[in-house]
Design a protein around this ligand. Structure first.
Ligand SMILES: Cc1cc2nc3c(=O)[nH]c(=O)nc-3n(C[C@H](O)[C@H](O)[C@H](O)COP(=O)(O)O)c2cc1C
Length: 319
């Protein structure tokens, strides 16, 4: 069975991943950078691993509490379908990432994909510049769900801002560039076209949905920052529709992400038009989740005697 998928052939060559299952940014281990992963060698059996997003400067992140439910694992076990977080991009900054973390990734056999987020076109370009000549990652994912410092508008809410960010990074790197989009836009295809027009090799759909939980006993927002981002099962059908809609109109591969907890969910995304998937919240309920999901996907394809992903990608029929 050939599960390989090419997510970087558009601009400068070839990025073939061994299979389509990756760990989504922010959910790699307990801290987003692999804490708690016992068998680092096993990560090479996944398609790719995305550490948490880096910003230009180090960030402490948002005030506690940062999770609702406080434990995603216990929440899911109790039947919760909506998971909220407001981590606030806690990270050591891109310069520390390039000098301290990238060398560690270079020692690993896994395909690491660096995620970054800028606050202006100039900053995106500067950050991408820091990655030049650094080894340890095979692609760059742009977390476009962040505000432009000039007017506070979210990059992935506006075609022009999306285009400027992707073009700025594209100008600095030979690596494949994946643009990660936000779900809460009236027409995601407009944003997708802007990203592809500026040179994105693939689109990751989607990030979390802005969300609020109120604790009626205290009369306060539960999360320390007020609003958070919704992930988990409730996000799945939303992101799935966005993947399907976008797949009809762009010719680059789409990476589906949102609410994938088992192999069947991964197949749903592939049938909806994704070429690959990322597993997010499921990691926070079980660090073994992406390995289990990959193996369940393989079992399903074997059961259906499917020998290549091409046989199912985008094959969901519509009435
Ligand atoms: C705790 C947490 C932290 C996250 N941090 C990031 C991040 O740093 N960068 C990013 O692009 N996405 C981040 N995300 C979003 C995920 O990568 C993913 O897009 C989203 O959670 C939907 O997938 P899921 O339903 O499988 O979790 C984070 C999600 C969670 C739950």
């Amino acid at each position: 069975m050939d599960l390989s998928v090419n997510l970087g052939s558009r601009n400068n060559g070839d990025l073939t991943l061994p299979n389509p299952v990756m760990i989504a940014s922010g959910t790699f281990g307990y801290d987003g950078y692999g804490r708690g992963i016992a068998d680092v060698g096993a990560l090479a059996s996944l398609g790719a691993v995305l550490p948490k997003t880096f910003t230009r400067h180090p960030r402490e992140g948002n005030p506690e509490p940062r999770w609702f439910p406080a434990s995603f694992r216990e929440g899911m076990a109790a039947g919760e379908t909506t998971l909220l977080n407001s981590i606030g991009l806690t990270n050591p900054g891109i310069e520390a990432a390039m000098s301290d973390l990238a060398p560690e990734w270079a020692e690993m056999d896994a395909n690491m994909v660096m995620s970054m987020s800028g606050e202006s076109a100039e900053q995106w370009e500067e950050m991408a510049g820091f990655t030049r000549g650094v080894e340890g990652f095979v692609a760059i994912e742009l977390n476009l769900s962040c505000p432009n410092v000039g007017d506070g508008a979210m990059f992935s809410h506006h075609p022009q801002l999306t285009e400027a960010a992707v073009a700025a990074v594209r100008s600095q790197t030979e690596l494949p560039v994946w643009a990660k989009l936000s779900p809460n836009v009236p027409d995601i295809t407009e944003i997708a076209h802007a990203a592809v027009g500026a040179g994105a090799d693939a689109l990751t759909i989607s990030n979390t949905i802005p969300a609020l939980h109120v604790d009626i006993d205290t009369g306060r927002a539960t999360l320390g920052s007020g609003y958070g981002g919704l992930s988990g099962p409730a996000l799945r059908p939303v992101a799935m529709a966005l993947v399907h809609k976008t797949a009809q109109t762009v010719d680059v591969p789409i990476i589906g992400v949102g609410g994938i907890f088992n192999g069947r969910h991964a197949v749903e995304y592939l049938m909806a038009g994704a070429s690959a998937v990322q597993v997010g919240s499921a990691n926070l309920t079980d660090l073994n989740a992406p390995f289990r999901i990959l193996s369940e996907l393989e079992d399903l394809l074997a059961q259906w005697e499917i020998s290549s992903l091409k046989e199912i990608i985008g094959k969901a029929e519509f009435p």
